[in-house]
Design a protein around this ligand. Structure first.
Ligand code: HEC
Length: 261
């Protein structure tokens, strides 16, 4: 067999580089000028230092090798933030108060409560109390805002799937390019914060349910200070783990952009 002539390999490499380049940027020849033939007289290796830089910064909070499955409910990503925000406030199911001996701030504590029976919605009380009609029995008790239908569905799915302690790699990097209140900030706050920061007596006197309210807190520096655990601010979410790094970056980007709706 004849070895392949090196210039053919070079052509293949150059062609690949050009096609990659064309995916990322403007059309390669935007003015329609004729394509200049590649000089195949040289066997110099292509200069790889001119490749376009990576624009995607991977957040450090991901777990490589466990891509998220859209049909799986992940305790750490989907369920724990809801419990911390809506059940583990001071005076309720935080570690210090432990109403009725129940603490809902970690997987181990949730399972130790005995209120969740894996795979069985009828046995454990946790699912029953969040779907209760009786205002004397429903959790969180009034005047706290009840869980939304989506939050209840996540908890139901998690129990039905065996109530495991699963995490996953959200992958795809951390998108901070177009962070809007409606698309990003409101869902983040609803997951992690408004269980405490809404209703008739919001924690710390801070209500985080409308764009105007959140923008006002952001303007004082307290929103970022609290989630970034800066000195001088109460660390949020209170009693829970810090937000994933990507969520903190997105909130910071939103504040820098002038808190767009
Ligand atoms: C479990 C209840 C709870 C959760 C969940 C919670 N907070 Fe708080 N938050 C509080 C309490 C209580 C205070 C008052 C604390 C204090 O003054 O020491 C407070 C205070 C604050 C403050 C004022 C901080 C300061 O030092 O001025 C901000 C801002 C804040 N929270 C934002 C958030 C955000 C954003 C989230 C979600 C990422 C969140 N909180 C989640 C209970 C909670």
């Amino acid at each position: 067999m004849m070895p392949r002539p090196p210039f053919l390999q070079l052509l293949a490499v150059l062609g690949l580089l050009l096609s990659l380049h064309a995916c990322v940027h403007e059309p390669f020849w935007p003015d329609g000028s004729p394509i200049v033939p590649i000089d195949t007289g040289t066997t110099e290796p292509p200069d790889t230092t001119t490749e376009p830089p990576d624009t995607v910064v991977l957040p450090p909070d991901t777990l490589p090798g466990h891509p998220c499955d859209p049909d799986t409910v992940y305790f750490q990503r989907d369920v724990l933030p809801i419990l911390v925000s809506n059940c583990a406030m001071s005076g309720c199911h935080d570690a210090a108060t432990a109403q009725e001996g129940i603490v809902l701030t970690s997987f181990a504590q949730v399972m130790a409560s005995g209120e969740v029976v894996p795979g069985n919605l009828d046995e454990g009380d946790l699912y029953e109390v969040i779907t209760e009609d009786d205002p004397d029995k429903i959790m969180p008790p009034p005047p706290a805002t009840p869980l939304t239908a989506e939050q209840i569905a996540l908890i139901r799915g998690w129990i039905q799937q065996g109530a495991q302690d699963l995490s996953c790699d959200e992958g795809g990097g951390c998108d901070t390019s177009q962070v809007t209140y409606t698309g990003y900030i409101r869902p983040i706050l609803q997951t992690y914060c408004t269980g405490c920061h809404s209703g008739s007596s919001p924690s710390g006197g801070i209500d985080l349910t409308t764009h105007a309210q959140v923008s006002a807190v952001a303007a004082t520096g307290a929103l970022y200070g609290a989630i970034a655990h800066e000195t001088g601010y109460a660390a949020m979410p209170q009693g829970g783990d810090p937000l994933p790094a990507c969520r903190i970056e997105q909130i910071a980007a939103w504040i820098r952009a002038g808190t767009p709706l």
